[in-house]
Design a protein around this ligand. Structure first.
Ligand code: KG4
Ligand code: ZN
Length: 355
């Protein structure tokens, strides 16, 4: 029997050291044989955010051990791997370099192809392990560093139709958590505490809600949370503010996603939408998007929870698709901390931007 293709994925773009081994499954979704993720929450907790130098040191300390663990879990021998794929960007340069150079060394030692992967493309394709979604589809990417609406036309073919002009959504959750004194990482804490709060207690701004197409803005929302936090007297007040923040975010996403769907329809015929990235773990946001998609006769597809936040299986699936197309990279390919999916998209940033 012909041996099935085996791909190793390596991810170190931020604060997760991750190695995965996946197996091609013909026409069916690829099989995840191992998906090892070592989070650095403990390292960064006391700083309330990721410290790049500490993150890079931690990747260096762990990468070999995590790789061995992935091989053991998958019961695969290193020499049986067909190609090594690794995140080349976007991300923190000192962190990206650790996994990327480790992957290059493996590829040289094994004499196997090396594949550079865009981290955001990993998020974009992450639901393909559990659904047979077809191109083109609409993507809402909501992570700690990015918030974008994109049309996914095919492998490596993206059109950005909307972006945040300031903070990413995950960043807004993290900053709100920090202001309210909740534990790092902020997103899950805000979601938990919001359950105990009254979401209608505080009226918060929804910046650019009625203009700017499906571009988004969260900086004003964060500032409003900061100002209101000065008036807080009890734990209940904190929960109410967390719940009001989350509700405002849901209202913004509901409205802007409708705009994005209409924009998508101008270019394509499909009716599927993927919501990926760490914030896509949020159950309330999932509910709201599902409701909106029902109204719009669209299907919302979410990756499995453990594939929403950073992982290496999503890097390996891009690696597998590129391997099948024989899209390999030379070893002089460098990391690109600002690598965008749509390289024609304009840089939109700050309040002065024309919308
Ligand atoms: O995709 P991800 O793991 O890393 C990046 O590529 O950025 O996303 C991390 C972000 C963080 O900002 C984290 O607070 C947020 O995802 N997040 C959440 C939840 N779980 C993680 N935000 C809201 N609700 C959650 N349950
Ligand atoms: Zn990510």
């Amino acid at each position: 029997m012909k041996k099935k293709i085996l791909i190793m994925g390596i991810e170190t773009s931020c604060d997760e050291t991750a190695v995965s081994i996946i197996q091609d499954n013909g026409k069916k979704s690829p099989k995840i044989l191992a998906n090892i993720i070592s989070s650095q929450e403990e390292v960064h907790k006391k700083f309330g955010g990721v410290v790049p130098e500490l993150a890079a040191r931690s990747h260096l300390e762990k990468i070999e051990r995590i790789t061995k663990k992935a091989l053991k879990k998958s019961k695969v021998k290193l020499e049986d791997i067909d190609a090594i794929s690794a995140t080349a960007g976007p991300g923190l340069i000192v962190c990206l370099s650790v996994g990327f150079n480790f992957a290059k060394s493996l590829s040289i030692a094994l004499k196997k192809p090396f594949i550079a992967v865009n981290h955001l493309e990993g998020h974009a394709l992450s639901p393909m392990f559990h659904s047979n979604i077809k191109f083109p589809y609409l993507l809402l990417l909501i992570s700690g560093g990015h918030t974008q609406y994109l049309i996914v036309k095919g492998l490596g073919k993206y059109k950005r139709i909307g972006t945040t002009i300031d903070d990413a959504l995950g960043e807004a959750f993290d900053k709100t958590a920090k202001i309210l004194g909740f534990q790092f990482p902020g997103g899950p804490s805000v979601e938990q505490y919001a359950k105990r709060g009254n979401q209608n207690r505080f009226i918060l701004p929804k910046p650019i809600i009625n203009r700017g197409g499906c571009n988004l803005s969260f900086a004003g929302l964060k500032t409003a949370v900061f100002k209101l936090s000065k008036l807080i007297k009890s734990e209940q007040d904190k929960y109410d503010l967390a719940a009001s923040f989350q509700k405002t975010v849901m209202d913004i996403i509901y409205k802007k996603t409708k705009v994005a769907i209409n924009e998508f329809r101008k270019y394509c015929k499909g009716n599927e939408m993927v919501i990926a990235g760490g914030v896509a773990k949020n159950k309330e946001i999932r509910k709201k998007i599902n409701k909106m998609c029902l109204e719009e006769k669209f299907t919302a597809i979410f990756p499995e929870l453990e594939l929403c936040s950073d992982n290496a299986a999503m890097i390996a699936i891009v690696g597998l698709k590129k391997f099948k197309n024989r899209e390999f990279n030379k070893l002089n390919f460098s990391v690109n901390p600002r690598w965008q999916l749509d390289n024609k998209a304009k840089f939109l940033k700050g309040a002065g931007v024309e919308l």
